[in-house]
Design a protein around this ligand. Sequence first.
Ligand code: TRP
Length: 343
Amino acid sequence: MTQKKPISLTGDRPTGPLHIGHYVGSLNQRIVMQEHYNSFIMIADAQAYTDHMHERVKVKNAILQVMEDYISVGLDINANTFFVQSCIPEIQELSFYLNNFVTVSRLERIPTIRKEIFEKFASPDKCLSDIPRDIPVGFLSYPVSQSADILIFQAEYIPVGRDQLPILELTNEIVKNFNNTTNSQLLKKCIPIFDKEKGTLPGLDGKAKMSKTLGNTINLNSTNDEIMTKVKTMYTDPKHIHISDPGIIEGNMVFTYLDYFYKDKDHLCELKEHYRKGGLGDSQTKKILTDVLIEFFEPIQIRRQQIDKEQLLIILKNHTERARNIAAHNLAIIKQRLGLNIF
Ligand code: TRP
């Protein structure tokens, strides 16, 4: 029955607990989609190793943490197939074949990869236009492996954050090259699914992206006290010193977050007007945001309390086995097409 639904696939690198940026960027999309799609959700531990080889224990521990986050935000174990990437070696086998449909220079041009390489591997004195040569091959080629994640499940709908779009473009080029080369229509193009209006939620400090390393996030496993403390650190308008001073909304993270999370838009407009004129203090706006977030977090916290961790591990194992069977089946068809079928 579920076979008839369109297939969707997405995943997260387990490098720590997920945060509200993940929620806004992708998890909320998955919650909406889970009823209507045959959804695969991958915990991408193998991909995490492309830049976390030195933090393997952290990655291992984060697998269940991420799984707990999934269940806590309302992803349903009966509506999704959750799996651990490294337990499906067929993905890496497919990835090895797909590597031959992509050039090194194409990988080096992927904006997401360039950005990540400079953030993670380049020393500051390196010339910014040249990608350094001393980066792991695995990192440069993870977009190919990511394409294999998608194509091995014949997934056509991919809920992701914006930063992943260039990688999906590559996936579709691989599809085209593969189909041309094998004179078939076997692989299907994938379609990214993301909220065009919402974009990416910036970090608490106003930096473009939330990042676990920068600590500018609110994790989905936060307690109310932690939420309150985090909101207090948020970047507002540095020139808004006295309550009576006029304040700026643009770039003020408290208002940016209220835009996402505060449902009463009319009241929000009034608050912005008041803040602009002067007379509304940051501690007041932060209190409003704290309350809004605490309300948002409540169902997440309740679901989390109900989780039986041992049981969750068993569920993840069973789901992974199910996913592996599908992957093995589909890989056999792809290998057949490639002529890798001597026996
Ligand atoms: N690269 C994605 C991220 O960091 C995780 C991921 C791995 C993924 N494989 C995928 C996302 C396949 C979508 C489809 O968020």
